[in-house]
Design a protein around this ligand. Structure first.
Ligand SMILES: Cc1cc2nc3c(=O)[nH]c(=O)nc-3n(C[C@H](O)[C@H](O)[C@H](O)COP(=O)(O)OP(=O)(O)OC[C@H]3O[C@@H](n4cnc5c(N)ncnc54)[C@H](O)[C@@H]3O)c2cc1C
Ligand SMILES: NC(=O)c1ccc[n+]([C@@H]2O[C@H](COP(=O)([O-])OP(=O)(O)OC[C@H]3O[C@@H](n4cnc5c(N)ncnc54)[C@H](O)[C@@H]3O)[C@@H](O)[C@H]2O)c1
Length: 490
């Protein structure tokens, strides 16, 4: 193809899906160009999304001594007077390293990188406008659009990037607020609200729906919200924001019904829009929806224009760095006639709030809606020796189990380490395993992972019919599996 086109593949966007697609195609021996308008490679994920928010969270947990407060009390701090500079130091170092790793990966795999804004001339030609005001056209056999999203910024919100900000602006704040209003209780809003609350900032969350995180198991959300309320986080649920006014330089959120919420800073996180507006999509026969998103074949990520693919956040749900990477790899495989891998059915969702939430498979509400007979098993982290050693006050793990097949249907965790622990349950679900695995397996001791065993035993005790032991009035489980553990859980 190199005779006809400059490249076998041009990838627009160097976030998780663009990077993975580019490297995968290069591994097939294809010539690849990646174009990104950002000053550095890495996309939203590295510069304003996943990595900055998770770095900020880690810094806050470390400097505040959050993880130790269960033992040393609520007043415990590793560093007093935490400043925005403290947060930025670690952020800069982490981002610099991430960019370095990516640049090295592109060099190693002979992926050419060009900084510039890409726009279609036709389905095979792309104009690249560089920061210096120059432009040139490159051609490619295949194109992958991996342009991601940007924060939704409606015109009635008076963003000033100082006190009324979006999730891009939060990585550049010049001082820490004493109070923060978060408008939009989605994943981004909840993550930042809880990170700032851990910094002793007074937080109010305004959300038009009656609940937050509605894709998460309700029992988990109830536990999570209880912990946040205990810390003084205010929820204004089922409430629309009408306008924002400024009083003495502070933003005041005017809510429906006239209620006012004044704070030092307001973070607006009411969703995101696909970054397709500058692509000149008409020239390649494509059209985005009202939120800037593109439609694709869900198995191959091919668009309606056969040589063009779209991957990552620009195609909408689930909009995760983890799933975006897999989409990029699948698109590159399909584009160059390689075996297309089948993504496992269940992927985990990790919400890096304080405390963490992670979930995989069916929630209790989904199992009920699908008419599947099920039972739940629950473990509290403080029931584990490791949780006790760590001084954990909260944290729970919930299993959803099929009563007909004993298969594990879902795992839901809130608390320390949830985003790591979830992968044990994910493996069992994707390997079609039964919950008995957790009862029979030997776990390291003491670990939080032991919560799987405790929750499985909890479910087992509920499921297993009891018979009356004659001569002894005790009720016994019909087929005792493990004396000590069953006795413990009883
Ligand atoms: C605050 C926040 C926290 C998040 N936390 C997590 C998390 O913890 N875990 C998780 O899995 N996901 C998380 N996400 C989601 C994750 O960041 C995205 O799913 C992921 O970045 C999407 O990758 P992508 O490949 O679509 O490209 P993106 O990372 O969105 O990057 C797109 C790139 O395309 C470039 N581009 C756009 N238009 C053009 C153009 N016309 N020409 C050239 N270049 C262009 C942009 O400059 C950008 O560099 C978070 C997102 C946000 C905003
Ligand atoms: N840990 C993670 O995996 C992670 C972290 C952050 C973001 N993300 C991804 O980024 C994507 C975008 O996140 P998000 O939080 O911006 O979007 P979202 O769609 O998850 O949440 C937006 C929230 O804003 C509310 N809302 C909508 N219109 C509103 C209005 N006019 N006023 C007030 N609130 C309004 C919605 O009801 C919703 O609760 C998510 O889909 C998620 O997949 C993932």
């Amino acid at each position: 193809m190199a005779d006809i086109y400059d490249y076998d593949l041009v990838v627009i966007g160097s976030g998780p899906s663009g990077k993975r697609a580019a490297v995968q195609a290069a591994k097939f021996g294809r010539s690849v160009l990646i174009v990104d308008k950002g000053a550095q490679v890495g996309g939203v994920s590295v510069h304003t999304g996943t990595i900055p928010s998770k770095t900020l969270r880690e810094t806050v947990l470390n400097l505040t001594g959050w993880r130790e407060r269960g033992f040393y009390g609520l007043a415990y701090r590793v560093k007093h007077d935490i400043s925005v500079a403290d947060l930025h130091v670690r952020l800069e170092k982490t981002l610099e390293y991430e960019v370095n790793v990516l640049e090295h990966q592109f060099v190693r795999n002979q992926v050419t990188v060009q900084q510039g804004l890409a726009r279609f001339v036709d389905p095979h030609q792309i104009e690249v406008l560089t920061g210096a005001g120059e432009s040139h056209v490159v051609s490619a056999d295949k194109v992958i659009i991996a342009v991601g999203t940007k924060p939704h910024r409606p015109s009635h919100i008076p963003f000033d990037d100082k006190v009324v900000i979006d999730s891009d602006g939060i990585t550049r704040i010049e001082r820490l607020p004493r109070s923060l209003t978060v408008v939009g209780g989605g994943v981004i809003g909840i993550e930042y609200a809880t990170i700032f609350s851990a910094l002793d900032v007074r937080v109010t969350i305004v959300e038009p729906r009656e609940t937050i995180l509605d894709f998460v198991d309700r029992e988990l959300v109830a536990d999570f919200m209880h912990q946040l309320r205990d810390r003084g986080v205010n929820f204004r649920l089922g409430t629309q924001l009408e306008s924002i006014q400024f009083e003495l330089g502070q933003p005041v959120a005017i809510l429906e019904g006239g209620r006012r919420v004044r704070s030092d800073m307001l973070l607006y996180t009411a969703g995101r829009t696909g970054s397709t507006d500058q692509l000149n999509l008409e020239a390649c026969g494509l059209q985005a929806d009202g939120r800037g998103r593109l439609k694709v074949d869900p198995k191959t990520f091919q668009t309606a224009t056969p040589n063009i693919y779209a991957t990552g956040d620009v195609i909408g749900f689930p909009s995760l760095a983890s799933t975006s990477m897999e989409q990029g790899r699948i698109a590159a495989c399909h584009a160059f006639q390689q075996k297309v891998p089948n993504a496992p059915e269940f992927f985990p969702y990790g919400i890096y709030s304080v405390p963490e939430i992670s979930t995989v498979g069916l929630s209790e509400e989904q199992a009920r809606a699908e008419g599947i007979p099920y039972e739940c098993g629950i473990a509290r982290f403080k029931e584990t020796a490791r949780g006790n050693i760590m001084g954990l006050q909260g944290g729970m793990l919930k299993l959803i189990i099929s009563l007909e097949t004993r298969k594990l249907l879902g795992v839901h965790i809130v608390g320390e380490g949830a985003t790591e622990l979830i992968h044990i349950g994910q493996a069992v679900i994707n390997l079609d395993g039964a919950f008995d695995y957790f009862i029979d397996a030997t776990f390291n001791y003491p670990t939080l992972a032991e919560a799987y065993k405790i929750a499985a035993l909890d479910a087992w005790n509920r499921i297993t019919p009891r018979v009356l032991d004659e001569g002894n009035d005790n009720i016994q489980p019909q087929e005792e599996r493990s004396d000590t553990t069953v006795a413990e859980i009883n």
